[in-house]
Design a protein around this ligand. Structure first.
Ligand code: NAP
Length: 492
């Protein structure tokens, strides 16, 4: 007679998009012993943190949606941050996810010993679990620039991911923005619209692509609500475009690469009339090397009379502004740091300790790598969501998480069926996976002569260099020959 399935206890770290998703997936699989540890007071992850003006998703709304919870009411083609956060709140409520969440509990320490994880939090709580799913996101830890004198600035200064809404910005304010990445490209035009004098300090120009954003009409929303197949069609069209154009363009597919190059060049030429300004905005590296910025507002904004693009390079920050390398002092009241994130922290600074007291800092001492982006050696029954070499280009991270989530549920199901008590990636499987990734990276745009948050300390992009479909296919079934499993004695 077959035995009933075992019921594992699972700790999920983070109640953002992936943490919510994993709770729903586990519950659907019949797993209910789930604790979600969330360091802040509400769900939403990156959409809770990033409240800067203009925050929006540059992946079409209907693609930035769980496949099982379409949203025919999206107001725009590219939804704004608050609407996206509201969507995650809605899903968490609808699927009763919140009863699993312990809010305001930061995981300080998680360690593995004899088949169990012991997780400690900032609230002095201890949780014992069979599995940990780390859903802490990718771009989570703001990176502050190391510019001489930064600590001396007397005006208001904050990172875009920690926007200070108490700081009033009006026509009389002189605002400096450091950085011109995806975030800055969205925030700068909003600052310019306030009438403030905005000085943009650009170190490296970026490639921008114009995809028109528009509001869905009420009849369109009604139709999508009434006919779910229309919503699905719209979503699939977006997916097709991203998969067969965008993803392929940056992974070395000739036709798509040249088309993307043409579109970004044409966007710059058609949008910026002034030749001097256009030259300043023209990158000297190939399109797609840094993440292509999907944006319709930046070029327009930077040409307004109250905006100035400064490319001389920052010498230092003073009490009252910024001195550039040409010796000029730029007087500022507010300094906005749009300088990106520490993309390689992953679950750190959490104290993550695997078998034999192996600390994650030690495990990743030489290189950050994981088997299929998710599993490590000496970290049994541990899954990292959206880890290194997930296909994080311009594709939807929700789609990526769903694929990874199914994989995790399949692995846990094997544990439930007593196929093993402990599972972890074989070191050889991690090395082989890394070599496989490395082989694919040579033809990609990411190694096209620029500095970006994609690159690790060795200059290797932490992205997936092959097609989306290949990733989906390879993630379909766990290949158990790549995984070490242990059965504890009681099953012998
Ligand atoms: P980012 O792309 O890493 O850009 C950081 C910017 O700060 C760059 O322009 C960089 O210049 C500049 N910078 C950093 N340190 C500097 C220093 N010391 N002096 C002068 N300039 C400095 O960061 P991000 O714009 O926050 O975007 C990060 C990622 O978040 C994006 O690539 C994207 O994946 C995601 N994101 C997505 C959306 C969306 O709509 N889905 C929106 C925003 C962000 P260099 O280029 O010279 O390094």
């Amino acid at each position: 007679m077959s035995q009933a399935k075992r019921n594992p206890s699972v700790v999920i770290i983070g109640a953002g998009m992936t943490g919510i998703l994993m709770t729903i997936k586990l519950r659907k699989a019949g797993i209910n012993d789930i604790i979600v540890l969330e360091k802040k007071e509400c769900v939403g992850g990156t959409w809770r943190e990033n409240t800067y003006p203009g925050a929006a998703c540059d992946v079409p709304s209907h693609m930035y949606t769980y496949s099982f919870e379409p949203n025919p009411r999206w107001s725009r083609f590219f939804a704004k941050g608050p609407e996206i956060k509201a969507y995650f709140e809605h899903v968490a409520d609808k699927y009763d996810v919140k009863r699993h969440i312990r809010f305001n509990e930061t995981v300080s320490d998680a360690r593995y010993d004899h088949g169990k994880w012991t997780v400690k939090t900032s609230q002095d709580q201890t949780y014992i679990a069979d599995f940990i799913i780390c859903a802490t996101g990718i771009l989570h830890h703001p990176k502050f620039p190391e510019i001489p004198g930064i600590e001396t600035f007397k005006g208001a200064m904050f990172h875009t991911a920690e926007w200070d809404h108490d700081v009033e910005i009006s026509e009389l304010t002189r605002v400096g923005v450091v950085g011109t990445g995806s975030t800055a490209a969205q925030a700068i035009p909003e600052l310019i619209n306030t009438g403030a004098k905005v000085s943009v300090f650009q170190r490296t120009p970026q490639w921008l692509m114009h995809i028109p954003d528009f509001a869905f009409s009420s009849s369109m929303k009604k139709m999508m609500t009434r006919y779910p197949s229309v919503t699905k069609l719209h979503r699939n069209a977006g997916k097709f475009f991203l998969e067969h154009f965008f993803t392929k363009a940056v992974t070395g597919h000739f036709l798509q690469k040249h088309l993307l190059n043409f579109l970004c060049n044409a966007n710059l030429k058609l949008s910026v009339k002034d030749k001097v300004l256009r030259k300043k905005l023209t990158p000297n590296y190939q399109v797609g090397c840094k993440r292509v910025i999907i944006n319709t507002t930046f070029y327009k904004g930077i040409q307004q009379p109250n905006a100035e693009l400064i490319t001389e390079g920052i010498e230092r920050i003073t009490e009252t502004g910024i001195i550039t390398k040409d010796g000029k002092h730029h007087d500022l009241d507010v300094l906005v740091l749009s300088t990106g994130f520490n993309a390689f922290n992953f679950m750190r600074p959490m104290n993550l300790v695997g078998r034999d007291n192996l600390h994650i800092d030690k495990a990743w001492e030489h290189k950050i790598k994981a088997y299929r982006s998710m599993m490590l050696t000496d970290y049994p029954n541990f899954f990292l969501m959206l880890g290194p070499n997930t296909p994080i280009g311009n594709f939807s991270v929700i789609a990526m998480s769903e694929v990874q989530g199914d994989y995790v549920v399949k692995m846990i199901d094997k544990w439930r069926d007593r196929e093993f008590d402990e599972c972890e990636a074989r070191q050889s499987a991690i090395d082989d996976f890394n070599a496989y990734i490395k082989a694919g990276l040579t033809g990609t745009s990411w190694v096209g002569g620029c500095q970006s948050w994609y690159l690790d300390a060795d200059g290797d992009p932490i992205l997936w260099p092959y097609t989306w479909q290949r990733w989906v296919d390879e993630m379909k079934e766990p290949q158990m020959e790549h995984i070490n499993t242990v059965q504890h004695k009681h099953h012998a």
